[in-house]
Design a protein around this ligand. Structure first.
Ligand code: ARG
Length: 474
């Protein structure tokens, strides 16, 4: 029998059309937060018992039955169906089947509107903790990679044209710091959504003497949502989480793009481990970076989900509207997709092989060392703009001569500017020396990389040592 006929039937003479039943059901998505719904109901029942709205005995019995329903759901022996419409109705139906008339007392002073809002917040609080830990793990993996391979010399690019030689550690720090901010963003979103909507009722509160602070406390929320209408109508916390996920996915996506590029035969700086590479059904030699490409593709999906969430609420009259049901699938998927992507990225970086010598000789004489010529002249008292022009002329001359900067002799250099007299060109133009010269705060010199890695390590949450906790309890 449909739940509508069973629980909401008073006002209706007829059952909903089968098509409408399917169309309106959110069961498939709701099952993801079924345990949260049970917990919400247990907290609500407990509060009803504490405030005298139900007797303590009734509340305790309801809680026992609810726990049993939770177990049935977990075991799969109770399976809600589309006829239930949503998880809240399914659980209440099952409760009534078990507890009889007593089960019908639970729904006082609440509505599905505050229930769904509560379930999603509970779900988010948990999943965000997992996501934040996964991001911290990825940062730790990058830090380890920097310690191992960070001194590898690579070309630094702008516009995907060689700019200046840098160390790989510098580039990886350029990826790690945004992830640190991503983690902060997620934690901030989690702190902001830590408010309990339960007890808001449909939109207006209730005449019964409930204790929303108690309900909030029982569920581990910092406080109740202040306003009952805001509690059922607002989804900015969902949008904020999805935005944090979308920004994070953007960061993973450009990191993925770099791995795709670096693993090409042309660049060949890294080799993606077999565990994260795939083959081709026709080309036997292939070792494709699919994991990285999928992260890049999934970023598009999460960005789209953020868009959906923003659009769902923008024209709604502020209270509960059924449109809000559409926010859950994209929200859950955004969080799950982001979590899976972060974890795959960690795995890829952990197992990646880096060819540390790849650019060691290739960068000798490279035009990306032209800034060294200019900076040398500046150190001799030449104005930077003038020095820039002279270095540019030297590049053009070398090109015309059909060579690179190794073509330049001390005599040639002196012809371009007398301040080059006595210069040690070889030292000046050594790519590694050029990178190591950049000791300014945040520069690519190894000393700066080491400083930042130490700082990163400080910012990461301490790894929980279960033994330490046990010792404290004694
Ligand atoms: N299934 C609904 C949702 O996902 C729960 C709230 C339904 N409320 C209602 N008045 N129909 O949003």
């Amino acid at each position: 029998m449909s739940t509508r006929r069973g629980l909401l039937g008073g006002r209706f003479e007829h059952a909903p059309a089968a098509e409408m039943e399917r169309f309106g059901s959110s069961i498939a998505v709701d099952l993801e937060m079924a345990q949260e719904d049970v917990e919400g109901s247990i907290a609500h029942a407990t509060m009803l018992g504490e405030t005298g709205i139900l007797s303590r005995e009734e509340a305790a019995q309801l809680c026992d039955h609810l726990r049993a329903v939770g177990d049935e759901l977990a075991a799969g022996s109770f399976r809600p169906s589309d006829a239930d419409e949503d998880v809240h109705m399914a659980i209440e139906r099952r409760l009534i089947e078990r507890a009889g008339e007593l089960g019908k007392k639970l729904h006082v002073a609440r509505s599905r509107n505050d229930q769904v809002a509560t379930d999603v917040r509970l779900w988010l609080k948990r999943r965000l903790l997992e996501l934040e830990a996964a991001v911290a793990e990825l940062v730790a993996v990058l830090a380890g990679r920097i310690e191992a391979d960070g001194k590898t010399l690579i070309p630094g690019y702008t516009h995907l044209q060689r700019g200046q030689p840098i160390l790989l550690g510098h580039q990886l720090l350029g990826h790690a710091w945004p992830l640190v901010r991503d983690r902060e963003r997620l934690a901030a979103a989690r702190a902001r959504l830590d408010r309990c909507p339960l007890g808001a009722g449909a939109l207006a509160g209730t005449p019964h003497p409930i204790d929303r602070h108690l309900t909030a406390r029982l569920l581990g929320f910092a406080a109740p949502v202040e306003n009952a209408l805001d509690a059922v109508a607002s989804r900015d916390h969902e949008q904020e989480v999805a935005a944090a996920c979308a920004i994070l996915m953007g960061h993973l996506s450009r990191m993925a793009e770099e791995l795709v590029l670096w693993s090409t035969g042309e660049v060949a700086l890294v080799r993606i481990a077999e565990a994260y590479a795939t083959g081709s059904s026709i080309m036997p030699q292939k070792r494709n970076p699919d994991a990285a490409e999928l992260v890049r593709g999934k970023a598009a999906r999460v960005i789209g989900e953020l868009h959906t969430l923003l659009v769902v609420t923008k024209g709604l009259p502020p209270s509960y509207n059924r449109d809000l049901q559409e926010s859950r699938a994209p929200l859950f998927d955004a969080v799950a997709t982001t979590l899976a992507s972060v974890r795959v990225m960690s795995g890829m970086w952990r197992t990646l092989e880096v060819d540390r010598d790849r650019f060691e000789t290739e960068l000798a004489g490279d035009f990306s060392l032209a800034t060294e010529l200019a900076d040398y002249l500046v150190a001799q008292g030449v104005a930077f703009r003038r020095a820039h022009q002279i270095a540019g002329r030297i590049v053009r001359w070398c090109e015309e001569e059909g060579g690179d900067l190794r073509r330049l002799t001390p005599e040639d250099a002196e012809r371009f500017h007398p301040a080059f007299a006595g210069a040690d060109l070889e030292r000046m133009l050594a790519p590694r020396a050029a990178a190591e010269r950049r000791t300014s705060y945040g520069g690519t010199a190894w000393s700066e990389i080491e400083r930042q890695v130490a700082l990163l390590r400080c910012l990461l949450p301490p790894v929980e040592d279960p033994a330490a906790g046990a010792a404290e309890e004694d």
